[in-house]
Design a protein around this ligand. Structure first.
Ligand code: GDP
Length: 374
């Protein structure tokens, strides 16, 4: 063989190898994304040792082809304030009509009291409002402006001095971790999805972790929420250990440098000891990787006193730092904001005002009372 032929042969072999390598890389790069609503298996370890051994491979849902842009905070607030006024306005208008009567006799004060109690304000706060208004009347004679008097009393009860900022940022280069707890059906999973959207709208990177592994639908639901806004969701197989999935979500968040990991949890209210065990374990395991910066308790505004009793059990199981009051759109009982804060001693930080993806708003005491009074 001539040296020219040999050279051509060598070049041909090198070219074939190079083409092979390039094709290989392209094929790997095009690996199809997992379909929404299909389980990706996170192989989980016993949670208490998860941080001490090599982390198992975590599968996360991939970003979707088309990403949905969440509504901006400003336009969301205007829209949701109107919705709040719609669901609670009857209560405010009723009170104002009573207070504006020429003669405020005992029957009228009783009707005012009834109206406040019907709105789930609770007995002690109701008495406080009525006493406050009566004193004002004695001092000022007929109140010149019933609306302003009522507004002052209600704002004081809702307490604008409470710190309602969400602690979504971590320190030392670690993500913030928001743990979302509450009874099943209150709107936890929906809230995790909506919260991820708020983070996206504010140009932050958030990763939901689907640790409500007892409900396959919750895991699928969260994956779909993630798909829509283009955030990765860490999920495990049905019935896997919630603490392990929570750990994996935080581990993924730390490695990926995200701003916030939002962990959905199971809300089975079997008994207090069981709940404490489960939530305590989830929190302990997470904290092997990053501190939990916020524990949000989700309460359904339509469940009234029953919801409050359940809330108390959760708050005894884990240190709650804020409340999300959901379904305020479907309840005329806005007074529950006050009852919940008194009962648990923590502020309402967010309110859910619908099933839509952007129907979650930060809670603001004065704006809330203004919406009540129309
Ligand atoms: P979870 O079991 O606590 O995770 O509850 P889900 O997130 O699955 O929610 C239970 C139901 O409540 C779903 O049908 C949600 O669409 C609905 N939901 C959640 N938040 C709100 C809200 O703020 N308003 C209304 N009207 N429905 C809500």
């Amino acid at each position: 063989m001539s040296s020219l032929a040999l050279l051509i042969l060598v070049i041909a072999v090198v070219a074939v190898v190079l083409i092979g390598v390039v094709i290989g890389l392209v094929v790997r790069g095009r690996k199809p994304a997992p379909l929404p609503n299909t389980h990706t298996d996170v192989l989980v370890q016993p949670p208490e040792t998860a941080a001490d051994t090599e982390a198992p491979p975590v599968e996360v849902s991939a970003p979707p082809a088309t990403i949905d842009k969440p509504e901006s905070t400003a336009s969301r607030l205007v829209r949701l304030r109107q919705r709040l006024a719609g669901s609670q306005g009857g209560f405010g208008r009723g009170l104002l009509a009573l207070l504006s009567r020429d003669r405020l006799d005992e029957d009228t004060w009783e009707s005012i009291e009834d109206l406040l109690l019907t709105a789930d304000l609770g007995v002690a706060p109701t008495q406080q409002v009525v006493e406050g208004l009566r004193t004002r009347l004695r001092v000022e004679g007929a109140p010149q402006d019933a609306r302003a008097a009522l507004r002052d009393e209600l704002v004081a009860l809702v307490d604008p001095s409470m710190d309602r900022r969400l602690q979504v940022s971590g320190t030392d280069g670690k993500p913030g971790v928001v743990l979302v707890v509450g009874v099943n059906g209150t709107g936890k999973t929906t809230t995790v999805g909506k919260l991820a959207r708020i983070l996206v709208a504010e140009d932050r990177r958030g990763t939901p972790g689907a640790a409500d592994t007892f409900r396959a639908a919750a895991v699928d639901q969260l994956a779909t929420w993630g798909e829509r806004v283009g955030v990765e969701v860490v999920r495990g197989p049905e019935a896997s250990d919630p603490a392990s999935v929570a750990f994996e979500a935080v581990e993924h968040g730390v490695n990926d440098g995200v701003d916030t990991v939002i962990v959905d949890t199971a809300g089975r209210l079997q008994n207090k000891a069981g709940l404490m065990d489960e939530l305590g374990k989830v929190k302990r395991v997470i904290e092997k990787r990053a501190p939990v910066t916020e524990v949000l308790l989700v309460i359904d505004a339509t469940t009234g006193q029953n919801g409050l009793i359940q809330a108390r059990v959760f708050s005894e199981a884990v240190d709650v730092t804020g409340v999300v009051l959901t379904k305020l759109d479907g309840s005329a009982k806005g007074g529950i904001v006050v009852s919940v804060q008194r009962e648990l001693g923590v502020p309402v930080k967010l309110v859910g005002l619908g099933e839509g993806p952007d129907d979650l708003a930060p809670f603001d005491a004065e704006a809330f009372v203004d919406a009540l009074l129309g």
